[in-house]
Design a binder for this molecule. Sequence first.
Ligand code: FAD
Ligand code: NAD
Length: 492
Amino acid sequence: MNKFDVCVIGAGPSGYAAAMRALDFKKKVILIERNQVGGAGVHDGALSSKTWWELSRDYFTLRKHGKAFNFKVPEIPFQKVKAEVLKATSERKDLLEFHMTSMNNNGQDLLTFKRGEAKLLSKNNVEILGDNGAEVIEADNIILATGSRPRKLPNLPIDEKIVVTSDGIHNWTEWPKSMVIVGAGVIGCEFATIFSNFGKTQVNLIDKGERILPFEDGDVVDVIENNLEEKHVLVHRNSKLIDMKIVNGEVEYELEYDNGEKKKFQVEKALVSVGRIPNYENLGLQEIGVEIDARGIIDDLTQTSVSNIYAVGDITADIALVNVGELEGRYAIERIYGKPLHKLIYENISTIMFLAPEVAGVGFNEIQAKQKGINYKVTSLRYSNISRATAMRNTQGFIKLLVTNDDKMKILGMRVVGEHASSAIQAVALLISMDKGVEELAELIHPHPSIIEGIQECARMLLGKSMLKPTVLLESMACKTCVGGVYENIIY
Ligand SMILES: Cc1cc2nc3c(=O)[nH]c(=O)nc-3n(C[C@H](O)[C@H](O)[C@H](O)COP(=O)(O)OP(=O)(O)OC[C@H]3O[C@@H](n4cnc5c(N)ncnc54)[C@H](O)[C@@H]3O)c2cc1C
Ligand SMILES: NC(=O)c1ccc[n+]([C@@H]2O[C@H](COP(=O)([O-])OP(=O)(O)OC[C@H]3O[C@@H](n4cnc5c(N)ncnc54)[C@H](O)[C@@H]3O)[C@@H](O)[C@H]2O)c1
């Protein structure tokens, strides 16, 4: 029987990162994947949806300029865009595969890749069921990185053709004339943005509550909702989906609103995006004593209740992000083979939501600060005050910075809504992780003209030395305290 130091199950972002980190420790590793290398980080997930988003944004910009400069933008077939998306995902998969093979050609010969379905037979034995039958291997340590899958609602006729999850969008062959999206979370809103950007589909979005993206601050959501509605997206607010069926190859659905009113709608296609569930079944975990509760595997900083078995990435059912999965994958290996240099903390994660415009975030938003009972100072600046945005001829958006309500003004979090938002987040993420205040940020020389200059102006506002003054530009700048949920302007 082949014996390994580490067996990693799943070659998505978290498993791949774990396997590569184990090689740094010169360990003998086996990486097992039942489907495609890259997992949802590449296929029907992060990279594919971001390629859709980038292409849709380019096309929307072209349509906008077409209107402004009076030229006609050619139609773009669905199949052409889909082919480009699949080209992007196979480029990434090929790179990851080439990289794996080259690691061994480097003379290390430490990495074995196996294609097949893995299942634990004991705490050290894993069965791999591949095309050529079953094989059993032995490993000192096991990393579970089997990811997650779309959550399905039992009463919905999901056939991955007409009613799809994010796994089935590539089964479509043409732009739907109309579609409904069930679930106004990140995936739902990103695809509402994508399809409305291309302008070929009437998009309806079902939202259980008062507003989309319920976990995000109201001022952020307002910008996104307005833009979606300008692109004719119909947001069904405060509504419950009570029925959906496929009739003559199209979708009929019925909503019940909070006021008791019921209404029927017809659309060509439906996308269901109501969260994801971890893949921990059929791995033989319960049989060998890995503790599992209703949410999924119980882990203590990646280690499960069986001490040589670790769980990383989406399987742990907490935060489902590529960067978090990769971090956990590396961390688990560092725990096994040496002391991790950094603690595994989740408070300081940078995120981007790919909407119109993009929304970047790090640390707390106002909802989270209030939930934790934290009093804070908050400063905000609209893009209309930033030269780069003026040059882009697109001043929609704002920056919002939260700091502690004391003299230290330690950074608690930031949200940026607007063009280049994602490029604006890193400096602040670093300051939060270094437990620093706004002084450092205010004095650093930033490139000009850039969106990040706006963050610096926010820091200066808090120090009472911004160039533009919030006392004058009342509509587009603000600097306040929030104590017990009550706001008060800060006057310097
Ligand atoms: C539409 C969409 C958009 C997203 N956009 C973003 C984004 O913009 N940014 C971001 O950070 N995150 C995004 N995510 C989330 C991100 O894709 C996941 O958090 C990430 O892929 C999780 O990585 P993972 O390695 O834990 O799991 P996965 O990527 O799911 O990989 C798990 C792998 O394990 C394999 N596997 C499962 N069971 C077995 C078994 N028994 N034997 C062998 N192999 C097995 C699977 O085939 C899969 O390849 C998005 C997700 C979706 C669905
Ligand atoms: N840009 C990014 O970083 C990015 C992009 C896409 C996905 N992701 C990751 O993937 C995860 C899954 O995304 P998601 O959008 O599926 O989940 P989500 O948790 O973000 O959103 C699910 C939404 O569905 C709603 N919902 C739940 N049950 C419903 C029902 N019965 N009827 C109507 N609505 C219902 C919820 O209220 C919620 O708004 C995210 O949590 C995120 O971690 C990240």
